[in-house]
Design a protein around this ligand. Structure first.
Ligand SMILES: CC(C)(COP(=O)(O)OP(=O)(O)OC[C@H]1O[C@@H](n2cnc3c(N)ncnc32)[C@H](O)[C@@H]1OP(=O)(O)O)[C@@H](O)C(=O)NCCC(=O)NCCS
Length: 139
């Protein structure tokens, strides 16, 4: 399956937990520019994906979406992907990794478990009223 098709299919299994990113943006901003990572099992099988922003020296690196297929969760796949992104960030001199997560989602426990610090909270939107937590991860 092509990368874009895989990402769109995987997004569907978690779409209530994710902000909407249009398919053309995923293709042109993330895939064409290499601003993403496949999330894999220890043996290298793709079981999810992570979309991130530009990696620039002296600036934060932003994670936009991270999804693991439901049958492969709680096996450290996302932790490995974050570790890889941390290396990418360090190699380019990015200052920190920033991400947002709605306050009412189970994923908050994941970010806290891997050492993210809550740094801010933003008001919820019209569709999802829950406030949005902003986290920082050391590179
Ligand atoms: C959030 C998500 C990416 C985590 O992926 P994962 O591969 O299951 O996470 P890991 O196995 O690497 O978990 C690492 C740690 O986080 C904890 N954790 C992960 N998901 C958790 C959950 N739902 N509830 C409580 N703890 C959780 C694990 O127990 C583990 O902690 P430990 O090291 O103390 O045992 C995955 O659950 C997912 O795709 N969720 C749906 C999409 C989503 O919400 N994405 C994030 C939007 S901000």
């Amino acid at each position: 399956m092509r990368d874009l098709e895989y990402i769109l299919a995987t997004t569907r299994c978690a779409h209530d937990n994710l902000g909407f990113i249009p398919a053309p943006t995923i293709q042109s901003f993330h895939l064409d520019r290499g601003l993403w990572l496949p999330v894999t099992t220890r043996r290298g099988r793709r079981v999810g994906f992570m979309l991130h922003g530009p990696v620039r020296s002296g600036l934060p690196l932003r994670i936009y979406q991270c999804v693991v297929e439901p049958d492969h969760r709680l096996r450290e796949a996302a932790t490995r992907a974050v570790d890889e992104l941390r290396k990418r960030a360090r190699d380019c001199g990015a200052t920190e990794i920033i991400l947002r997560c709605r306050e009412n989602l189970p994923a908050n426990a994941f970010w806290l478990a891997i050492g993210a610090q809550l740094i801010d909270q933003h008001p919820g939107g019209i569709r999802y009223r829950s406030p949005v937590n902003e986290y920082s991860l050391k590179t």
